[in-house]
Design a protein around this ligand. Structure first.
Ligand SMILES: [Zn+2]
Length: 267
């Protein structure tokens, strides 16, 4: 179709689980009539991921491949998305995706999971705090590990005050709090005003250098399931953190998982 002048895609990075699906949306710039039927989709490795005529990608086996969309009869107009297919594994009630422990609204922890604050996470925070201090900034732990029983109290309190539908937007149900992993720290004051401080700006710019990500970024509420929390950081290791933060991803996007409760809160 000679009416199609250019193509753009809605993402440059896409992760899906083995057996999972996700869509790539295309925008065509045209000088006349054109339809999705004028496009050709292909995978560089169908043993890793396949793609249908509408840009729906299905993960087959853990690995990486390129998904390319081009104009039928004109390969010169094309866009490529790097697709990572990831492996999900459940062990002792915990869920790992490519070895990364995931806790969100879709994946919980057993009541008995009680590791305390992870030693590597604590050391990384202390190094970060020391470096921030050299720039005259004061980072400190507002909250770190919280066990299941403590989260019961927190969530029940918000549920009583606001109802579960509202509580779900900013507080985790027991067993679904990332604080129970021991890999999460809330910095300084747990308050929206923290986002305006020099400490918060420095944290967003530098936390990946120490292995942390801003877990619930602004504008990604529909993906993480939580309001923006500039204070809540999650340890994932330096390489992973840099990849996530430099591309403006959430952990859900990076791992190719959803964050949705199975149903209403039934206390
Ligand atoms: Zn938090």
């Amino acid at each position: 179709n000679e009416n199609i002048l250019d193509l753009s895609v809605d993402k440059t990075y896409l992760a899906v689980l083995e057996g999972g699906t996700a869509a790539i949306a295309v925008n065509m710039s045209t000088t006349g009539a054109a339809t999705a039927g004028d496009l050709v989709w292909s995978s560089s490795d169908e043993a890793v991921a396949t793609v249908d005529d509408s840009g729906n990608v299905t993960g087959v086996k853990a690995g990486k491949c390129d998904i390319t969309v081009s104009v039928k009869g004109n390969d010169a107009i094309a866009q490529t998305v790097l697709v990572t297919v990831r492996h999900l594994e459940q062990k002792d009630g915990c869920t790992y995706v490519d070895g990364i422990l995931i806790v969100n609204k879709s994946y919980g922890l057993p009541e008995s999971y009680d590791p305390g604050l992870d030693a590597t996470t604590k050391a990384a925070f202390e190094q970060m705090k020391a470096d921030a201090e050299k720039e005259g900034l004061n980072l400190y732990i507002g909250s770190d590990f919280r066990d299941y029983a403590y989260q019961v109290k927190i969530y029940n309190n918000y549920n009583d005050l606001y109802g579960w539908e509202m509580a779900d937007t900013f507080s985790a149900r027991p067993g679904y709090s990332e604080h129970q992993t021991g890999l999460t720290i809330d910095c300084n004051t747990i308050d929206d005003a923290f986002g305006e401080t020099e400490e918060a700006k420095w944290l967003a710019a530098h936390c990946a250098d120490y292995g942390f990500i801003i877990r619930f970024p602004d504008g990604k509420e529909n993906i993480t399931g939580y309001q923006y929390e500039p204070w809540h950081i999650r340890y994932v290791g330096v390489d992973t953190a840099k990849e996530i933060m430099s591309q403006g991803l959430t952990l859900e996007e990076y791992l190719g998982v959803k964050s949705e409760y199975a149903g209403a809160w039934e206390g």
